[in-house]
Design a protein around this ligand. Structure first.
Ligand SMILES: Cc1cc2nc3c(=O)[nH]c(=O)nc-3n(C[C@H](O)[C@H](O)[C@H](O)COP(=O)(O)OP(=O)(O)OC[C@H]3O[C@@H](n4cnc5c(N)ncnc54)[C@H](O)[C@@H]3O)c2cc1C
Length: 396
């Protein structure tokens, strides 16, 4: 390939939360790392992310939590219900003997804290805007071509990480196929102000067509995530703020008291995507590039951060990076239960089928009465099931 050559130990393509977090946790190793993104980072992500306890530990153990703590709101209880049906599930931190079930943090705050910390890492080179145009993968050293403002640049490294999101160019250039389910649904995200405090309860209310999640934020505010068909979400976006508020109050009910006003609304298309191959030679896909989940179970980023923690553990133990991904136990990166959980929940709750509703009601009622089952469910959703990577361990 023709162009300016540069050599690194690790190249991470995609500087979203996942690529950025990995660059940061790996920066403690002895390697030269390139973090390359197609666009200059503008902090304008409206998502409000429910981080499970494991992900919070990752931020605490890697020293990023002090920068996030002021924007993080603790979840003390999760309350799941279904409109028009009997049966409620509650999971409480106190009942499980833990301080918190997780925290809600704005995606913007996470990105900001990661990039502020990265700016102090001399062994991480942030390169953007640089558009990936070609990859020649190899078990030892791979070669990547980027179009940059300075012209064509060629980078080489022992390990390539594709963290370039749901429409991954890395994946496409390697010819890796995906299994995709387009739900024909979108998520509408906004912030709702309440007349009273939420008492740190996160609500998930399933409906005939989709769900409404209300997650605790600072003061009397909650993050509202309304998932529904594309047509319905388009309709909700057209409503005036006061008409939207009225619809929201009517559909969600008064569990959180009276709703006073909403903030700016943003929408995200929803799909489930799973790669058929996560590793090709020395190129590994992680985060949304490897698997995009329905946000109903609030697990997409949590699963990706688990991958970041497990991969960091693995790489920090290697004496040489060359060929080391060939021995990577891919199972150790995957929390397959969570993936099944997210997809399963959508299938179970998004359809208004009478037998499914009956099963759901029966399932939810017995689930609420069965503490050991709840503990098992909670340990998975909190990111604490099975083998736990060191960055996910509670060191306090
Ligand atoms: C409404 C909503 C709510 C959610 N809530 C939760 C939640 O509560 N909890 C949770 O765990 N998860 C949640 N998720 C999922 C979570 O947001 C994602 O899993 C996570 O943000 C994925 O991050 P990523 O870094 O893998 O991908 P992205 O954020 O998409 O980042 C990819 C990066 O790659 C760059 N890029 C793309 N193409 C190229 C290229 N060719 N060359 C170089 N760079 C490139 C992009 O510019 C971008 O910076 C939610 C998702 C949605 C839509």
């Amino acid at each position: 390939m023709a162009g300016t050559y540069r050599e690194f130990d690790i190249i991470i393509v995609g500087g979203g939360i996942v690529g950025g977090a990995l660059a940061y946790t790996l920066s403690k190793g002895p390697w030269q790392i390139a973090l390359v993104d197609a666009v200059e980072k503008k902090i304008e992500d409206a998502r409000l992310i429910a981080l499970n306890a494991g992900s919070c530990c990752l931020f605490k153990n890697s020293g990023l939590w002090p920068a996030l703590a002021a924007d993080a709101t603790s979840i003390q209880q999760i309350h799941v219900s279904h409109q028009g049906h009997f049966g409620i599930t509650r999971i409480a931190a106190q009942e499980l003997g833990v301080d918190t079930l997780g925290h809600v943090v704005p995606a913007n705050a996470i990105v900001k804290s990661i990039f502020a910390a990265l700016s102090n890492r001399e062994n991480v080179k942030i390169i953007c805007p640089a558009l990936l145009t070609a990859i020649t993968p190899d078990t030892e050293t791979s070669t990547l071509a980027f179009d940059t403002a300075a012209g064509k640049e060629i980078y080489q490294a022992d390990i390539i990480i594709g963290a370039d999101g749901s429409y991954s160019t890395v994946r496409e250039l390697l010819g890796i196929q995906t299994q995709t389910i387009d739900y024909q649904q979108s998520a509408l995200v906004t912030v709702t102000e309440l007349a009273r405090h939420h008492n740190h309860v996160a609500y998930e209310r399933f409906q005939k067509e989709g769900a409404i999640a209300m997650l605790p934020l600072a003061d009397n505010r909650v993050a509202t995530i309304w998932t529904s068909s594309n047509t319905h979400i388009n309709h909700l976006m057209q409503l005036t703020p006061s008409d939207f508020l009225q619809q929201l109050q009517q559909q969600f009910g008064y569990r959180l008291g009276r709703m006073l006003q909403i903030g700016k609304r943003a929408t995200y298309p929803l799909q489930m995507q799973q790669v058929q191959q996560q590793l090709k030679q020395n190129v590994l896909l992680i985060g949304n590039a490897a698997h995009t989940l329905h946000p109903i179970a609030a697990q997409g980023l949590n699963i990706a951060l688990y991958e970041v923690a497990a991969l960091t553990d693995y790489l920090l133990k290697q004496s040489s990076l060359k060929k080391c991904l060939m021995n990577l136990p891919l199972d150790s990166l995957q929390q397959s239960f969570s993936r099944r959980l997210s997809h399963g929940l959508t299938e179970l709750f998004a359809k208004d089928l009478f037998p499914v509703n009956l099963a759901r009601q029966a399932g939810m009622i017995s689930f609420d009465q069965c503490t050991p089952l709840k503990k098992k469910f909670a340990s998975h959703t909190m990111g604490k099931a099975g083998h736990v990577p060191s960055l996910f361990l509670n060191m306090e």
